[in-house]
Design a protein around this ligand. Structure first.
Ligand code: PGA
Length: 251
């Protein structure tokens, strides 16, 4: 795929006024680019971000959701709530949520189903720890995460799931997987998707790499075989860095 997905994950950063300013500044670059530009923002920035991004090519996503529609779940936000204000994307199963907020493959699967029930486009995250990589079991770990996450989804839903491979040892550490590591992981994921949903879905599904993507390493990673885009944390917080990545192929 020549058109890439460039998705930012702001994590717990930026106030609404900063979100408005950021989106206004990247709007023009996003309009010029063929790449799909997504920003996944904190809940408190969503509404302002959606308003600012209206009639632009910047798409807005959330970073998490609950699988129930409503109920006694203090502090949670449902897919229905996200959809009600026009949110388009939602990150599901980010490793920080698995690690610090006890998310499991089962809750990830429930959230994916709820995302589709609410017509949200999920960005599913998978990835191995350093320990698992050192044991050489990364392929097993990520394909199992994919299999459990996608359980019970229709082929159409699977095709519409963006899957981000984010090795945990590369997130926020400055250590990046090589283009070859990223490609290998994508190929394992595609093979697993083919087993589950057939060759056509496997060929069409969008696979992103995430983990210390920066302007100076974006090009080889994004051009690696089977990589359709990037999920970017730290470098999505700075206008200059993020726009350089959006325009990586103009250089
Ligand atoms: P990073 O984060 O780019 O800061 O490594 C990526 C992510 O966690 O999505």
């Amino acid at each position: 795929m020549s058109r890439k997905v460039i998705a930012g994950n702001w994590k717990m950063n930026k106030l609404p006024n900063e979100a408005i300013e950021f989106i206004s500044k990247i709007e023009e670059v996003a309009a010029r680019s063929d790449n799909e530009v997504i920003l996944c923002v904190p809940f408190t920035d969503l509404f302002y971000s959606l308003l600012t991004a209206q009639n632009t090519k910047v798409k807005i996503g959330a970073q998490n959701m609950h699988w129930e529609e409503k109920g006694a779940y203090t502090g949670e936000v449902s897919g229905k709530m996200l959809k009600s204000i026009g949110t388009e994307y939602v990150i599901i199963g980010h490793s920080e949520r698995r690690q610090y907020f006890a998310e499991t493959d089962e809750t990830v699967n429930k959230k994916l189903k709820a995302a589709f029930a609410n017509e949200l486009k999920p960005i599913l995250c998978v990835g191995e720890t350093l320990e698992q990589r050192e044991q050489g079991i990364q392929e097993k770990v990520i394909t199992e995460q994919v299999e459990k996450a996608l359980e019970g989804l229709t082929n159409e839903q699977i095709q519409n799931t963006y899957i981000a491979y984010e090795p945990i040892w590369a997130i926020g550490t400055g250590k990046t997987a090589t283009a070859k590591d990223a490609s290998n992981a994508m190929q394992s994921i595609r093979k697993k998707v083919e087993e589950i949903a057939g060759a056509e879905v496997a060929q069409k599904i969008i696979l992103l790499y995430g983990g210390s993507v920066k302007p100076d390493n974006a090009k080889p990673l994004l051009e690696a075989p089977d990589v359709d885009g990037a999920l970017i944390g730290g470098a999505s917080l700075q206008v200059e860095e993020f726009t350089e990545i959006i325009e990586y192929n103009d250089k």
